[in-house]
Structure formats: structure tokens, C-alpha cells
Design a protein around this ligand. Structure first.
Ligand SMILES: *Cc1c(COP(=O)(O)O)cnc(C)c1O
Length: 501
């Protein structure tokens, strides 16, 4: 199977090259030339298998140039009890007869990014070795909070790689920040960038497509790649858990074979929900993809009107990993919607770049609306969703998942659609203990408590232990203190990699 670019559909690449390179030279994103299909029989077979077998079924259908034996070895190493704290890897919990919640945060950094970033380093280093690459791979990451830590954990001390993470100075939660600035490893670099996530992501993207800068690296025996969800190697492992959720519900008889259901995804960069779109096209009987945004509700407006307009205020919210105005992976969906016309993508993305907006034609908008339903939750609504979910189900959700829950309720109310739904839970509530406790117990309860006292309090309210990776943060030394302006990201890379020596 070959990969093409959303801005050049004549391109033909193997998956290893697409994963190694991350983003296409002309700025487009890699997409598979066809979407593999799974049959009803495949799903029934997978229902009796474990997560690793399900992962093999999905990954082997996309990554055809990885050998069976090696792919199995990679999957075995990535999804096991050393790095995930439950054997199901991505367990599905039943809240009531029609609402299920899939917990995607049982990996080492307690957010769903681990689902892909625990395997990406293996996929990438394998690709590097097999393609005869002799350069050191430099992973550049822009993070809205969770990708950074997950990528650092995945790539730390991986031979033949360096990893550089840029996070927005004021845009991540205290725990997210602590997780990153205390990161150990001999190949890791972390810096705060003044500005918001979009500034950081735009900076990183412009470095990727800067031919002169790439040449400078090449001359020093290095090349860039990406661990952001623009990399196909990030997306394809995310398709697995949608297949896994469906087959789990087949096994428990909560769904009949072929029974349609909806998926609710708290969305930022559009990677997670795009993986659900691929799962749907592989044959998982997903009906609506419900796209939940926080106060940065550009996607809600887009789905309603077909106008993608970034000329608006940017808000910092209590669901920081969704504080994004430029959702990169939307480009991959649009490419499919307009029948893979790369010239159309060049026009839309060119307009976005130059004017900050673009507008879909009527046909494409209709297609978009047949697939997606969009809604958003503001801060008060997010807190209320946490509180209500706790009271109704005795189940604690984090602020990102809560945005999804609010929008799901809105969807039910507005459409009267009673199909079953799976809400994907993207982070452990322990990653955002202050806001979660505020929602459940009220502001007075957290006042005067520091971050770690708040963690203790949440543990006692929930009757569960603080995840070990978070409790240990209190005593870890800060190892990364760099703060810089977005304009100085190139210089920071030069310093980190000691390129001017
Ligand atoms: C990254 C993230 C999201 C958004 O996911 P996208 O794939 O960027 O849409 C939502 N919730 C949490 C907790 C995240 O870390």
C-alpha cells in the first residue's frame, strides 16, 4: 500500500518513509491510497482476541512494508503491563444502557497520547533502520500539554534519536508542565515558547518545511521528523482502539454485529476523531462522529457553516489540550470529502495561510455534515458535566472528557437520536485534579491546597490511588528551564543540538 500527500496526490511513498518523514515536503499530510476493510467475520474473530491481536490486524493492513514478525514484536513491546496499568489497555466501561466510556489513559503519562506514542518510536526507528537511513532523527514536537510528555516518555534514550519539545508558556496545566520540565533522559530537550499552542505549532511546521534549515541539519548528519498527529505513525495506532471498543461491545453483547453506534470525541487537533473516521471507513458501524470542542469552538462553527475562520479570540480553558484554532488533521478529512482533489486542498490551505479563513462549497459541506455533528461546552458547562456525571454514575471524568459529555447530552437532546454511544475519555482526572475537585466539591474545598494536596484529596474522594507517575513529581528536580520567543525556535534547536560548534 502506498501513501500520497493531501497536497500532491501523485506522490507514492511506502509507510516507512511516510513515518520517517512525518510531513510531506510541500506541506501536505500523508494519507493511505486506499482504506483497508474489515468484515463482520473479522470483527467477530477479534472480539475474542486481546488488544495486541486487534492492533496487529489493523496495523498490518496499513503498514504493509513492515514484516509480520517485526510488527508483532513491536506491538508486543508497546502494549504490555510494563507501560499500561490494565490488561485491556483501552477498557470500555458501561455508564448506562446507551452510554459507554472508553478509557484511553492507562499508559505512562495518563492521557490518550500514550496509545500512539508508546508505539511510534518503535515504528520510526524500525523505518530508519530498514530504509538505510544513516542520519540521527530529531523529533520536533509542538504540544498543547499531553503530547509533549507522552513523546518524551516514548522517545527518551531511544538510540539514534533526539527529541525536542516546545510547549506554550502559559498554555498547559501545572501538572502537565511539571511532567515535562522534570523529564529525564540523555536525548531530551524541552523549552517553553511565549504565546499559545497555535504559535508553537505554526513555528514547528514552518521549521519542517524550511529547506535551508533542513539542509543545515543534514550537513550535520541529522534529519527532522514529527511525533505530532500530523505523522501517520501517530494516527494509525489510534484506529486500533475504535476497533477494540466495537469488538469489546460485541463480546459483551451490548452491540449486535453491524449495529450502528455513535462516537463522541473531545477534539483539538482533530487527530483522535480522524482515527474514528478511518475506523468507520474500515467497516466499524459508526454512525455519527460527534465532535466536541471547548470554548475555542471553531470546529463547531465550521461544521455548522462550512466557514473555517481563525480570525477570532483564543481562549485559555480548563481543557488546555483542546485549546487549538488550527486543527491540522482536518486537512486529511477534507481531502477525502472532496474526492482526493489535491488542487482543492492547496487552495483551501493556501487561503487559510494567507487570510486566516476558507469556505467549503455546498457539496463538501453537505458531506461534512453527514459525517460530523459539532457542539461545544464553555467552562461552566464543563464543570457541570463533571459534577453531574459524578452524581449520576459515581464516575469521575477529566475536563476534556467532560466537554465530550456535555456535547453528547446536547446531541441527544437536539436530535433525539437514541443509538448507543461511546464517549472516549482522553485523560485521567488526576491530570487536572484542581478543576475536577472544584466541580465535585466546590471551590472552598481546594482553596489553600497546593497541587499535591489536591491530588491527595482527589484520591480520597475517588477512593483510588494517585497514579505513581504523578505522585513522584513532587520530589523530582526541574531539569529544563528554557523559555523563548516563537521567533527564536530555530536558534534553540541549534543550541540544543550543538549545531554551531
Ligand atoms: C490531545 C488531547 C485532546 C485532543 O485530541 P486531538 O487528537 O488533538 O483532537 C483531547 N483531550 C486530551 C486530554 C488530549 O491530550
Amino acid at each position: 500500500m502506498y501513501y500520497l500527500s493531501t497536497r500532491n496526490n501523485e506522490l507514492r511513498m511506502h509507510s516507512m518513509d511516510a513515518i520517517k518523514q512525518g510531513i510531506s515536503q510541500e506541506g501536505g499530510l500523508f494519507v493511505p491510497e486506499t482504506i483497508p476493510k474489515l468484515s463482520n467475520r473479522d470483527f467477530l474473530e477479534l472480539a475474542d482476541k486481546d488488544y495486541r491481536s486487534r492492533a496487529f490486524k489493523v496495523l498490518s493492513s496499513y503498514l504493509r512494508d513492515y514484516s509480520t514478525e517485526d510488527l508483532n514484536r513491536i506491538i508486543y513491546a508497546a502494549y504490555g503491563k510494563d507501560n499500561f496499568d490494565c490488561p485491556e489497555i483501552a477498557p470500555v466501561k458501561k455508564l448506562d444502557d446507551s452510554l459507554f466510556i472508553q478509557e484511553l489513559w492507562h499508559g505512562p503519562t495518563y492521557a490518550f497520547k500514550d496509545m500512539a506514542l508508546q508505539i511510534l518510536p518503535y515504528l520510526m526507528t524500525y523505518a530508519v533502520a530498514k530504509t538505510g537511513e544513516d542520519k540521527e532523527i530529531v523529533i520536533l514536537v509542538a504540544t498543547s500539554g499531553d503530547t509533549g510528555k507522552a513523546a518524551l516518555e516514548g522517545f527518551r534514550d531511544v538510540n539514534g534519536t533526539q527529541i525536542i519539545v516546545f510547549y506554550p508558556n502559559e498554555g498547559v496545566s501545572p501538572i502537565q508542565k511539571l511532567q515535562m520540565v522534570t523529564q529525564e533522559g540523555k536525548n531530551v530537550h524541552v523549552a517553553a515558547v511565549k504565546g499559545n499552542f497555535d504559535d508553537t505549532q505554526t513555528g514547528v511546521k514552518s521549521i519542517f518545511t524550511d529547506g535551508r534549515f533542513s539542509k543545515l541539519l543534514e550537513d550535520r548528519g541529522k534529519r527532522f521528523s514529527s511525533a505530532n498527529s500530523i505523522n501517520w505513525g501517530r494516527l494509525v495506532p489510534q484506529i486500533v482502539y475504535y476497533v477494540s471498543a466495537y469488538t469489546d461491545l460485541l463480546k459483551s453483547n451490548d452491540l449486535d454485529p453491524g449495529e450502528k453506534f455513535n462516537i463522541v470525541v473531545p477534539t483539538g487537533n482533530f487527530g483522535n476523531i480522524l482515527a474514528a473516521y478511518y475506523a468507520k471507513n474500515m467497516g466499524v458501524p459508526i454512525d455519527k462522529l460527534i465532535c466536541a470542542s471547548n470554548r475555542n469552538n471553531i470546529l463547531t462553527d465550521f461544521i455548522k457553516t462550512g466557514v473555517y475562520d481563525t480570525r477570532r479570540d483564543f481562549y485559555k480553558t480548563i481543557s488546555p489540550s483542546m485549546d487549538i484554532l488550527i486543527s491540522s488533521n482536518l486537512e486529511r478529512l477534507l481531502f477525502e470529502l472532496c474526492d482526493r482533489q489535491d488542487h482543492q486542498l492547496r487552495i483551501w490551505m493556501g487561503e487559510l495561510n494567507e487570510t486566516g479563513r476558507y469556505k467549503l462549497d455546498g457539496e463538501s459541506l453537505k458531506m461534512l455534515q453527514s459525517i460530523l455533528w459539532g457542539g461545544s461546552a464553555d467552562e461552566e458547562q464543563t464543570l457541570k458535566a463533571i459534577r453531574d456525571t459524578y452524581r449520576q454514575y459515581n464516575y469521575i471524568i477529566d475536563p476534556h472528557t467532560a466537554v465530550g459529555k456535555w456535547v453528547y447530552d446536547e446531541y441527544r437532546e437536539e436530535t433525539r437520536d437514541t443509538k448507543k454511544a461511546i464517549l472516549v475519555s482522553t485523560a485521567s482526572p488526576f491530570k487536572f485534579p484542581g478543576d475536577v475537585l472544584k466541580a465535585i466539591k466546590g471551590m472552598e474545598y481546594i482553596q489553600g491546597k497546593d497541587d499535591f494536596q489536591v491530588l491527595e484529596a482527589l484520591a480520597s474522594v475517588s477512593g483510588t490511588k494517585i497514579p505513581p507517575g504523578l505522585s513522584e513529581l513532587e520530589n523530582k528536580p526541574v531539569l529544563h528551564q528554557t523559555t523563548l520567543a516563537a521567533g527564536n525556535m530555530r536558534q534553540a534547536i541549534i543550541n540544543f543540538l550543538e549545531l554551531d560548534g
